[in-house]
Structures are given as C-alpha cells and as structure tokens.
Design a protein around this ligand. Structure first.
Ligand code: ADP
Length: 334
C-alpha cells in the first residue's frame, strides 16, 4: 500500500468527506484557479444563467472533487457524481443526462476514461443541451433527439493530454491544479487537525506538510498516521520528534518521496545510468503500469527537480544522484 499515493483508499473516503472545505473561501491554495472560478460562478449567478462547463486537470488528491462540490454549493444547485469508467456505453450517459434537473452540476471524474461513443453524445449535450437517443439497430435505427435541462459539467482528469481536442474545446473554463506549497499544506494540516481534534505542535504540522508530496489528501493521511503514532507511543500530543519518527516509520523521506518515487529514481540511476530511458521500460523495471509511473510518481519527481522528461526519454538530474547518495557516472575526458 502506498501511504503517500494521492489515490483515494477506502479508509480515506469518510475522512475526505469530513475534511472537505465547503465554500470557495475555505479552499486553500490554488489562488489563480480560485479567483478565476469565482468570477465564472458569480457572473453566471448574476446573469441567472448556468455557468460554462469546467474542466479540472491535475494529479490525484489535489482537490478536484472538492472543487466540484464547492461549485455546486456556490451555485446552490444539486450535484450528480459519476465517472468515466462507469460510462461504458452511450446509453449509460443518456440515462444520467436525461434525468438532470435544471442547473444541476454533473461531476464526471476521470473523464478521459469514458467510452468513445459516449464522448460524442457528450459533445452534443454540452453544446446544445440535447442528446440523440438511437432506437433500433442496423439500417432501421433512428436517432430521436431529446432535450435535456441546461446543466454545468465539471470534468476532472489526471491526464489533460489524453482528452480529445473537440471535448477540451467545449469547456469554457479549464483549470490546471498544481502541487501545493508547503506553506499552503501547513494551513491544511492545521485546519484538519482542528477538525479531527488532533493536538499538534506547529513545527510538527510544518514537517507533515513538507513531506506530503504537495498533495492535500496525503497531508490529511499522514496527519492521521502521525496522530496514531503519538497516541500509542506518547500522550497523543504530536511533537516534531514524534512526527519525524512516525514519518520515517512509514517510509516517507525528508522531501516527501515515497517508496514508488524512490524505486523509480533508483531504477533510473542504477539500471539505466541516469537515462535517457523510455517510460514503459522504466515502469516495467519497477513492476508498475506506465500510467501509474507517469501520473503518480513522475510529476512530483519533476517538480522536485530530480527527473526530467525529454524527447529521448526520462533522465535523472544531478540532484537525483545527490538525493540518493550515489556518484554520477564519470564523463569520459577529452
Ligand atoms: P481529487 O478529487 O483531486 O482526487 P479531493 O478533492 O478528493 O481530490 O481532495 C482530497 C482531500 O484533500 C479532501 O478530503 C480534501 O479535504 C482535501 N483537500 C483538497 N484540496 C484542498 C484544499 N485546497 N484545501 C483544503 N483541503 C483540501
């Protein structure tokens, strides 16, 4: 199990829900996204129209679902949640779209994983608030146009690059969510500690924030693990020393790299001499799917300046060698 993966686990679900900010003003960080989104929502409210469709792109655990919920709350509209993998046929999507109420917010998570025929249906729905329901098969099949209520689609994706152009173009507002700064995560950790009743020292909160891979979900998860540790090993008050010991125990290193990050980095250095190496070769060498390495591990390694993506493949930076305490290969002299 990856303690520091941004992915949501079963035991996260209830906690995620409890810790979610409910209003845009309580959403921490992502300043620009928040400001732009606030304009989109408030101008729509003022004009009494449904706002443009919104696309949120960014890694797991960065707050896409939270923002979708906030959008619905700010608009005072109900929220319907579904996801790309749940839509296997166009009919699955038609069933959702045709039962939306006026102004409803539809959150479509992992939108890049939706079935192709459904995608085409979505184009029409987003643009004209209409779906064509196909009745019958073969030459006798007819498309019956069906009006649907104006709605706002909030699409989320971890891979914006995977979205077909025509789909992307139909979003009036595209927001890219980036990793959070340690200072922002520290605010999140303190806020969560307050909500969960965890007593934590400021320096310990900063340490948890710093080791959270720039990701709020991980910050909340590490906070719980650190709390457990403090309850079992001490009186429950989380000090810096306790936080450090707990984080070491859970194999999160001082800069927040977890086991997969370190495995990828180590493979890149020791098996491929620092690269360049192709993504799939690198993924195979650590026993992971290329998508996991690309979406989960790499963005953070790139952000930390340890890995670079080049047209010839992945390469390690000099900082990567230092980070793992290894000597870079000698460059042959002239
Ligand atoms: P995603 O949908 O991108 O995977 P979520 O919206 O489910 O991520 O966020 C995961 C958890 O992180 C939520 O429980 C929420 O409490 C917390 N979180 C995310 N973004 C923020 C934020 N900006 N401020 C405070 N907490 C946040």
């Amino acid at each position: 199990e990856r303690l520091v993966s941004g992915e949501q686990y079963i035991d996260d679900q209830a906690i995620d829900a409890a810790l979610r900010p409910k209003k845009l003003d309580d959403f921490i960080g992502q300043e620009r996204v928040r400001e732009q989104l606030s304009l989109v929502l408030h101008s729509a409210l003022r004009r009494g129209r449904t706002p443009d469709h919104v696309l949120l792109s960014g890694g797991p655990g960065l707050g896409k679902t939270t923002l979708a919920m906030i959008i619905a709350a700010e608009l005072g509209r109900p929220l319907r949640i579904t996801s790309g993998p749940a839509i296997e046929r166009a009919g699955d999507l038609a069933a959702v779209l045709s039962t939306l109420s006026e102004g409803e917010v539809l959150f479509l998570d992992e939108i890049h994983r939706m079935a192709r025929p459904a995608e085409e249906m979505l184009y029409l729905a987003m643009e004209d608030f209409r779906v064509d329901v196909v009745v019958g098969k073969g030459p006798g099949a007819t498309a019956i146009p069906l009006d649907i209520a104006p709605f706002t689609l909030v699409g989320a994706t971890t891979r914006a690059g995977m979205l077909p152009g025509p789909l992307r173009d139909r979003f009036g507002f595209v927001a890219h969510m980036d990793f959070y700064d340690p200072a922002e995560l520290e605010i999140i950790v303190r806020r969560s500690a307050g909500l969960l009743g965890v007593r934590i020292d400021d320096r310990a909160a900063a340490e948890v924030a710093f080791r959270s891979r720039g990701t709020p979900r991980i910050a909340n998860r590490l906070l719980r693990r650190v709390r457990d540790f403090a309850e079992v090993r001490a009186d429950g008050y989380v000090t810096l020393d306790l936080a450090r010991s707990a984080l070491d125990l859970y194999e999160v290193d001082e800069s927040g790299l977890d086991r997969l990050d370190l495995a990828v980095l180590r493979a890149l250095l020791t098996k491929f001499g620092g690269g360049p190496v192709g993504l799939s070769t690198l993924a195979v060498s650590v026993g992971e799917e290329p998508e996991t390495v690309e979406v989960v591990a790499e963005p953070f390694l790139v952000r930390q300046g340890l890995l670079a993506r080049t047209p010839r493949g992945r390469i390690a930076t000099p900082a990567a060698w230092t980070h793992l305490g290894l000597a870079p290969p000698q460059v042959p002299g002239p």
